[in-house]
Ligand binder design. Structure first.
Ligand code: NAD
Ligand code: DAU
Length: 371
């Protein structure tokens, strides 16, 4: 079996769901269930014996050591982190605590476990650390994309904390021989994305007729990858990656933020048009009714003050993973973003639970009395 940390978050839950759809190998998910962790993402696994959910902190060495002893995983995939740049600007402490101190404690527990293994169990063990392209800093317009040897220049408390965790993982390999792999991925999008991040925020705000806040001039560039392609890349690195190596993961999809917002608006115009169907007070639709004077969703776009220290451009050079391991994304941006918008349209219950905080009550309900 494998141990996945942060398995109730956006990428972690997609990873667990895809893993169990493709393998019969069991998964233990360890997640603290912060505001970003949502057991509703894993609800389809409720009666699946191959999945064990444990609520806990990666920084709790005793708990992690106990889980490792009990389940003897052959690999650990570490997604657990505080992940939102804006939150790291308003309050960096949780980022230092989980992303740096938490990763350190996790590594210590794993080192203790791995040292006690022998033979093939020890040789084949892997610790895969999931990281981000943000550790490389910001690119100018014509700079080449980030390769694995690009120097680290993190600019936000979030990226600095992820950079520190990458260095710890590297050090545990070089010093103790722990068989680690590190992946640095670009911006993900897709199902179960918490609506504090650009794409899901734009979708849910647009559907509610609320302003679509674009930071600064909206010309910052991100390199977008459909989350299931990221999950496939991680499976590929876990299976075939060379121990101690770093693999950059990206979809060759550089887009300016404003173009992303336009695309989301245009897809909503097509899939859930404002005109005709949504007359105020028609009573024919249970979705929130935007103000009837908005002709298209684009008219909701509002430019707002920029993010402090905002990185201008990220771009991933994904040639290493493509050439060495044979991974390629299955989705284009056009197919992936259509699936994503459709997923949010099809899952209004998930959206409103996440927004209302009702999913926390669901957790209480599901876990009370089970301890
Ligand atoms: P997320 O915020 O949606 O999920 C993080 C999960 O980790 C949540 O379920 C949360 O409850 C859990 N968690 C937080 N602190 C914990 C702790 N101390 N112990 C145990 N669990 C804890 O994040 P995400 O977007 O799914 O990102 C997952 C990982 O991928 C992160 O490490 C992030 O840095 C990295 N990453 C994200 C992106 C992206 O675009 N979202 C891109 C590249 C890399
Ligand atoms: O590059 C990988 C990283 O991508 C991950 O490591 C992070 O965990 C993930 O959150 C993401 O970071 P970003 O800061 O790029 O993502 P976010 O969705 O917050 O913002 C994307 C861009 O959109 C960024 O330039 C800021 C801008 N933005 C964001 C929000 C939330 C807006 O213009 N308006 C907004 O309301």
């Amino acid at each position: 079996m494998i141990l996945v940390t942060g398995g109730a978050g956006f990428i972690g839950s997609n990873f667990v769901l895809d893993w169990l759809a493709e393998h019969d190998e069991s998964v233990v998910s360890l997640d603290k269930l912060t505001y970003a962790g949502n057991l509703e993402n894993l609800v389809t696994l409720k009666d699946d014996e191959r999945h064990i959910f444990v609520r806990g902190d990666i920084g709790n060495t005793e708990l992690v050591a106990k889980l490792l002893k009990q389940y003897r995983p052959r690999a650990i995939v570490n997604f657990a982190a505080e992940s939102h740049v804006d939150r790291s600007i308003h309050g960096p402490e949780d980022f230092i605590q989980t992303n740096i101190v938490g990763t350190f404690h996790l590594l210590e527990a794993v080192r203790g476990y791995w040292s006690g293994l022998a033979g093939e169990e020890k040789t084949n063990f892997r610790f895969l650390h999931v990281s981000t392209d943000e550790v490389y800093g910001s690119l100018a317009k014509d700079d080449p994309a980030f390769s694995e040897t690009h120097r680290y220049e993190p600019n936000s408390p979030y990226s600095a904390s992820k950079a520190a965790s990458d260095h710890l993982v590297r050090a545990y390999h070089h010093t103790y021989g722990l068989p680690v792999l590190t992946t640095n991925c670009s911006n993900n999008y897709g199902p179960y994305h918490f609506p504090e991040k650009l794409i899901p925020l734009m979708i849910v705000n647009a559907l509610a007729g609320k302003p679509l806040p674009v930071y600064g001039d909206g010309q910052q560039i991100r390199d977008w990858l459909y989350v299931k392609d990221h999950c496939a890349a991680i499976r590929c690195v876990l299976e075939k990656g060379r121990v101690g190596e770093v693999y950059n993961i990206g979809g060759w999809n550089e887009k300016a933020n404003l173009d992303i917002v336009h695309t989301v608006c245009d897809l909503l115009d097509e899939l859930r048009p404002l005109s005709g169907k949504w007359e105020v007070g028609s009573g024919k639709d249970t979705h929130p009714t935007p103000h009837s004077s908005f002709p298209t969703y684009r008219s909701l776009i509002t430019f707002v003050a920029d993010r402090p220290g905002h990185d201008r451009r990220y771009a991933i050079d994904a040639r290493k993973i493509e050439h060495e391991l044979g991974w390629k994304p299955a989705e284009t941006f056009e197919t992936g973003i259509r699936k994503t918008v459709q997923w949010y349209l099809d899952n209004p219950g998930w959206v409103s639970n996440v927004q209302s905080g009702a999913y926390r009550q669901w957790v209480e309900k599901n876990y009370m009395g089970r301890a």
